[in-house]
Design a protein around this ligand. Structure first.
Ligand SMILES: [Cu+2]
Length: 175
């Protein structure tokens, strides 16, 4: 009896090992389609770490007061630092601003809309996702300034950018 149980247990373990190995491929792990990201004070919820190229990122802001954004910056292939390290080094982060792939912005308690690109990330690689909205900035004032700004983040009154409070993430886009 004991022997049969042991053999059965081993078989179950072997089968589990096979199915886990089957899930190890990027294809299975990568999220795809429409990636519905939620913005909170101060962070991103439901943002998968690995996403298939061509997927669309949407942003839903559940904060009652703060404007939030999803800025995707493609990291150069030569970049080895983590997003956490880059965010801690403002000069390095600013140097990445020309690499903006898309910006989706969402007013308090509203769904977002793309203000740069379309929310789709097509080029494989690592991306820093950041929110650079100044803490406490007036949403209407910021959106008006953004509409006027020609490249670069608009200058409006407020505290430190949200990424300083932890509103950043890293996403890898795969084929
Ligand atoms: Cu934010």
């Amino acid at each position: 009896m004991t022997t049969i149980r042991s053999v059965t247990a081993l078989l179950v373990i072997a089968l589990l090992a096979v199915s886990v190995a089957g899930c190890g491929e990027d294809e299975v792990l990568a999220a795809s389609g429409t990636i519905e990201v939620t913005a909170i004070d101060y962070g991103y919820v439901d943002l998968p770490p690995v996403v298939k190229a061509g997927s669309t990122f949407t942003l839903k802001n559940v904060s009652g007061t703060e404007l939030h954004e999803f800025v995707a910056l493609r990291l150069p292939d030569s970049e080895t630092r983590t997003v956490e390290q880059l965010v801690a080094d403002p000069a390095s982060l600013e140097a990445l601003f020309p690499n903006v792939a898309t910006v989706v912005i969402a007013p308090p308690n509203e769904d977002g809309f793309a203000v740069e690109g379309t929310g789709v990330l097509t080029e494989p690689g690592r991306y820093a996702i950041i929110c650079a909205i100044p803490t406490g900035a007036d949403p209407g004032e910021y959106l008006a300034a953004a509409a006027e700004a020609e490249g670069g983040p608009p200058q409006v009154d407020g505290g430190v950018p949200h990424f300083v409070s932890g509103m950043y993430a890293e996403v890898t886009i795969v084929e």
